[in-house]
Design a protein. Structure first.
Length: 352
C-alpha cells in the first residue's frame, strides 16, 4: 500500500467510523446466497457505515473450510466499489484473518489482491504461543496489509492478551487500529494503557468491539499521563452494528456532537447505551455464554427481510432455548433502536 493510501486510511479510522462485522447470507441448503450477501453490503454502505469487516467472527470462521473465504470477500469488495463509485465516499474494507502464520499471511494476501484496505487479525488459534511468537506473527501479517489488532473475548474463540503483549504489539509500525472486544473492563483498560504508553495515540485508532458497552466506550475518556490528551474510542467495529446500522450511524454522530458540545446530552446517550446493552444481551445470547450470538444477529436480519433464514454453516448452531422470546422482548421495548422503516423502504432495490 502506498504511503499516501496508508495515511488516508489512518485519517479515516481516527475520525471514527461505524464498521459492521459482516454476517454470512446462506440458503436453506447452507450454500452462499450471493444476492442477499450483496444486499447486506449495500444496506451497510447506504445506512451510513464508514466501512465493513468481512471474514470475521460474525461472518463465521468456518467459511474457510467451506471454501467461501475468497468468494465472500470478493462480493463485499465489489459491492463497496459500487457504493464508492455511486457516492464518492471513502468506505474502508477490512478482512478478517485467522490461523497460524502461513494461513494468516495467505488470507492477508488474498485480501490485498481483492483490494482490501486492512486486516483484522484474530490470535485465537495461537493459544500456546509466547508473547514474542505472537508479535512475530502479527509483524509478518502487517508486512502484507495495514493491521487492525483484535482482542476477541475468550468465550467466542479469543485468548487472554495482557498489557505486556499490547505494548510489544504497538511497536509494529503497520498497525492502524485496535478492536478491543474482551467484554471486560479490566482487559479493555490493559489495551488503553498500552496505547497511552506507546506514544502512538495520534496514529492508532481505538475501536470498541465491546458490544455490551458500546456507548460507554464511545463517550468515556480513558486515563492518560498527566497533561496528555485523553484517550478515547473513536468508533466501533461490532457484530451488534451488523443490525440496525442506520441507527448505529446516527448514534455515533450523536456521540461526536456530544463531545464537541462539552458533554451535552451525555446522560441521555448513556441511557440509550443501557437499552442497547439489554438488546445486545438478547441478540448475542449472553445468558447462554453467547452460543446463539450469530443466529441472533441472523434472526433480526431475517425479520427485516435482509436474510431469508437464520441458517449457519454448522447445522447445530441456532438460537438457544428462550432466545427468540428475548429478542421479541427487546424489539417491543426499544423500537427506537431499530431501523425497520429504512430497510423496508430500500430492501427491494438492494435485492435487485
Amino acid at each position: 500500500m502506498a504511503a499516501s493510501d496508508r495515511k488516508a486510511l489512518r485519517a479515516a479510522l481516527l475520525d471514527g467510523l461505524v464498521i459492521p462485522a459482516h454476517p454470512l447470507a446462506l440458503s436453506a441448503e447452507r450454500t452462499l446466497d450471493e444476492r442477499r450477501q450483496v444486499a447486506l453490503t449495500r444496506y451497510y454502505t447506504e445506512a451510513g457505515a464508514g466501512g465493513v469487516a468481512v471474514g470475521v467472527h460474525s461472518t463465521q470462521f468456518a467459511i474457510r473450510a467451506a471454501g467461501l473465504y475468497e468468494p465472500v470477500l470478493r462480493l463485499a469488495a465489489d459491492a463497496v466499489a459500487e457504493a464508492r463509485r455511486a457516492t464518492g465516499r471513502s468506505i474502508v474494507t477490512i478482512a478478517g484473518a485467522i490461523g497460524p502464520t502461513p494461513q494468516a499471511v495467505a488470507e492477508a494476501e488474498t485480501a490485498r489482491r481483492l483490494g482490501y484496505d486492512a486486516v483484522l487479525l484474530s490470535l485465537g488459534a495461537l493459544r500456546e504461543a509466547s508473547v514474542a511468537e505472537l508479535v512475530a506473527h502479527c509483524r509478518r501479517v502487517a508486512e502484507v496489509l495495514p493491521l487492525v489488532g483484535f482482542y476477541l473475548q475468550p468465550a467466542v474463540g479469543g485468548r487472554l492478551l495482557d498489557e505486556g503483549f499490547w505494548r510489544r504489539f504497538l511497536e509494529i509500525e503497520g498497525i492502524v487500529a485496535i478492536k478491543v472486544a474482551p467484554f471486560n473492563r479490566y482487559q479493555t483498560l490493559d489495551v488503553v494503557r498500552a496505547l497511552a504508553a506507546s506514544g502512538r495515540a495520534a496514529d492508532v485508532a481505538l475501536y470498541t468491539g465491546n458490544d455490551d458497552a458500546i456507548v460507554l466506550d464511545l463517550l468515556a475518556d480513558f486515563p492518560q499521563a498527566k497533561g496528555a490528551s485523553p484517550l478515547r474510542f473513536v468508533g466501533g467495529l461490532l457484530g451488534q452494528w451488523g443490525v440496525w446500522t442506520r441507527r448505529a450511524a446516527q448514534l455515533l454522530e450523536q456521540v461526536k456532537r456530544c463531545r464537541r458540545e462539552n458533554g451535552a446530552g451525555a446522560l441521555e446517550l448513556l441511557a440509550v447505551g443501557q437499552q442497547l446493552t439489554d438488546a445486545n444481551a438478547a441478540l448475542f445470547d449472553a445468558a447462554n455464554a453467547f452460543r446463539g450470538c450469530i443466529p441472533g444477529i441472523h434472526e433480526v436480519l431475517r425479520r427485516q427481510g435482509l436474510l431469508s433464514g437464520r441458517w449457519c454453516l454448522d447445522p447445530q448452531e441456532d438460537l438457544s432455548a428462550g432466545q427468540a422470546a428475548q429478542i421479541d422482548r427487546v424489539l417491543h421495548a426499544y423500537p427506537h433502536l431499530t431501523d425497520d422503516d429504512f430497510v423496508r423502504e430500500n430492501l427491494e432495490r438492494w435485492l435487485r
